[in-house]
Design a protein around this ligand. Sequence first.
Ligand code: MG
Length: 372
Amino acid sequence: MDTAVIIVAAGRGSRMGGDVPKQWQMLAGKPVLAHTLAAFGGIPVVLVIHPDDRERAAGLGVPLVEGGATRDASVLAGLRVLEGTGVKRVLIHDGARPLVSKALIDRLVVALEAHEGAAPALAVSDALWRGEAGLVAGTVDRSGLYRAQTPQAFRLEAILAAHKAHPGGALDDVEVARAAGLDVAIVEGEESNLKLTWPGDFARAEAVLKGRDMDVRLGNGYDVHAFCEGDHVWLCGVQVPHGRGLLGHSDADVGMHALTDAIYGALAEGDIGRHFPPSDPRWKGAASHIFLSHAIGLAAARGYRLANCDVTLVCERPKIGPHAAEMQRELARIMGVDETRVSVKATTSERLGFTGREEGIAALATATLVRA
Ligand code: MG
C-alpha cells in the first residue's frame, strides 16, 4: 500500500461546547472519529491524538501518535511515523470531517499523479461582505475564492520536507506546501464534507448519514384461490360471510397471501411457498397471519420497516367495500404499523375471466420497505 492517511484529532475545539472535544462526541451512535476512520476504509491510518485522549483512542484499533501544541506540529508528528515505510502518498485529514466520501478520496489520489499536491475546495457562491460592529462595511469580490476542505493530498517526501522547513503557524497543509513551492491542484470538494464546528453541525451531519443509508425496496405479490363449498371466506384477516368458501392448503386468505409475497419480494426472499412449504402438514388450515408476521419479522430483522402497502382484491362477490376498513385495521395490527400505511381496495373484472365467472378470487399487492 503506497497511500496512507494522517487523521489529525489532537485539537480541543472550544466552539462546540460539551464535556469532550468534538471529535470524541457521539454522532449517530458512535464517536465522530469512528465515522472518520470508516470513511477511509482500507487505507492505512495514523491517528494523531491529544495525550489526554490516549485511553479513548485505544478502542479504535489504529496506530496512534501524540500530537504537538499546534496543528503543524501534530501533522509533522504523523508524517514522521510514515517516513521510511515505503508510503509514497499521504492524505492529511481533519478528524472533525467524518463525512468525506470514497469518491472524493479517489479524485485526490488521481490528481496526485499530475501534481505534487491536491486538495478539495468549493467555489464561494454567496456574496461576501465585510462587517464592522454589526453593519455591512463593504463587499468583497468572490471571484477566484474557494472554501478549503480536507483531506489534502501530497507526495510524502515533498510534504515532509515542506513541514520540516516551515516556521509554523500555517492554517493548513496547503499553506505549508505552497511555502515550499509545491503545486497544489484544486479538486472539486463536497458540500456534505462538512467540518463539525458548531453544535448545529451535528444535526446536519446526522441528516447526511441518514440519507446515505436510506434504502427503499418495492415488492409485488399476486395470488389466486378457487371457490369451493362453504359459507364464508377469509380476506385480509377478516371473516366475510359468503355463499362459498375458498379452497386452499391454509385458510386461503388470498389478500394476505399476496401482501406477504409482496414483502418477501421486496426482500428478495422468494414467496410463502419457500418459507412455509405446502407439503408440510404443519401449515394445513393455518391462519395466514402466521405468514404475514413472519415476512414482516424478516424485514424488521434486516432493519426495514413497512412504509406502505396496497392490496387489491379482484372479485364480483362478496362485496369488499363494507369490510375494507376492518381489513386495513387487521393487516395494520398484524404488521404493527399505523393504519394509514395500509390500503385495501377491490375491483370487479367486469364479469370477464375466472373472477368474472365467480370461479375464484385474485389479489394483487404492493409493499414498500424502507431502511433508514
Ligand atoms: Mg395463496
